[in-house]
Design a protein around this ligand. Sequence first.
Ligand code: FO1
Length: 310
Amino acid sequence: MSKSLVVALSGGVGGAKLVLGLSRVLPADELLVVANTGDDFEHLGLSICPDIDTLTYVLAGLDNPVTGWGRRDETWSFMETITALGGEDWFRLGDRDLALHVERTKRLGAGQTLSQITADVCRRLGVGPRVLPMSDDRVRTRVRSDSGWIDFQDYFVRQQCRPVVQELAFTGAADARLQPDVMAALGSGKVRAVMICPSNPFISIEPILAVPGMRAAIENCGAPVVAVSPIVGGRAVKGPTAKMMQELGLPVSSAAAAGRYDGLLDGYVVDAADSGDIGAKLHVAPTLMTTLADREALARTVLAFADSLT
Ligand code: FO1
């Protein structure tokens, strides 16, 4: 039985860069993307799934290359009007992006699962690889700071990651069921590699690993597990990773980021500036992805590295 399936765990912007690279070097049916849903939230009465949408837009070539989230060629009439009406305008929803949230909210209300909706949206947008939520059940990342517990998007967007993070919680994770196609794929014996993409370990990867059964399914899938460090040269490429590590009392290093995956890794790809001992085989390579060529090159690197571990 050929082991050809690559299962990629990813959050939004950072992980999506490697996912795009993988999608350009693998046949569509050999890539399955497991998306974090801990960032999801209800806003203006809409169900919003930022990491699923970022991954979908990136794979569809519709992503906003400046922000990394939302769509390119957007218009903002809805937001302008929400502001004029005194509505909540801290979370910016472009007019085209808004249509997806409205349609998803309607379908969820009609009893469709997030997986069914995501699969249909991907089909309609011409996305080849499968993008699946880690679970169809509700999981929400929450942040405890000195003003108490706050929802993830309130922390990340409304408060621009200013609050000091004392603790993270993934509410609902303990009762969340592993998305069945993800479980089936990991149990199929056809997995070539599990890739942990360079998303924030705390807020994008740990919620995925917190779904009961996910860690065991990965450990028992019969394939190497390789992560790409989100830290380059002692700092995060973007987002609150480094700040969170400092606030959680961790060194801002690749080794500390890998420590969050405690024992799951067979291999770890770190940027030349970051190599240190982490108890898995190290592969030193440039991990900064600025261009499409960088994304493809890193994808080829991690695939070859994973293959070398079997
Ligand atoms: N991130 C921001 O920093 N500001 C925003 O206004 C914003 C809007 C937004 C709309 C749709 C969407 O899918 C993502 C959006 N994001 C925004 C990113 C979002 O906060 C994600 O959670 C991050 O990308 C982290 O994964």
